[in-house]
Design a protein around this ligand. Sequence first.
Ligand SMILES: [Zn+2]
Length: 274
Amino acid sequence: MTQESEQNQLPRHMEEKAVSTPESEVGSKTDNDKVESVETPEAQERVIECITNLINQRIGDAFKVYDDYIKLGTPKKFVDCIKEIWPENNGSPYSGNLRLYLPKLPIPEDIAKNFSIRFTVKPDDYENHASLDSGGVLSIGINEESTSQDAKITERLIKMHVYHEIEHIYFPGPNADFLDLSDAKDALKYVSDPGEIRAFAKGYAYLFKTKFPGEAFSQEKMSEAINEVGYRDWFATFSDSEKRKKYLELCGVDIFDINDQLIGLTSGFIGNIA
Ligand SMILES: [Zn+2]
């Protein structure tokens, strides 16, 4: 995929604003195995799990390398550690940003051939920045300053974004290009979209499982896990009585219902995440 084609594609999902970064070259991609079509929900779940695990394992490995360099007294930037553990890295040197392709995987060719991961260094909105565009580019914001302050938290946040975004392969969210997220109605339309609720639930389930392994869902503990990584707590928003009144008047939507959906999905995912 060329830079031009990527720019011409509308993002089918954006967490927040995208960060556009000039990219001068894209390397060749790896061959990928063909597999059976992915039509059943079970097969889709397997694909999602496979891609998520692959990416997050590499990210975990990169953080180990990052730790090792600190212990050796020769700290390196996190993105440089990613390059070390990701041999499929195309090596593009552009502006400190990095694009990686998935190696051979038992995943459908239509996903595998285009899928790549871009780590964007120092985006202007690190905390909320992750997106999956229609061309199969997963963008993840990396803030080197946050990384050095608390690598474990940063690692958890990045992995949560991966869980969220990979879920969107089969459960896309709304196209944020046509929504004004600073408008209360549009923002609600965005976060209450079924694909979005599901993707948030998946990311939240990962946070919960990591913080409270083996425990059943509780909203209190969930909020603790979310607050620890400094992410957005939609459970708190959707269970707020004042906000409930406001949204009922504004758009006739009961956000308590959305909270119930979010809790149901998150609870289910907690049991399934390895
Ligand atoms: Zn999303």
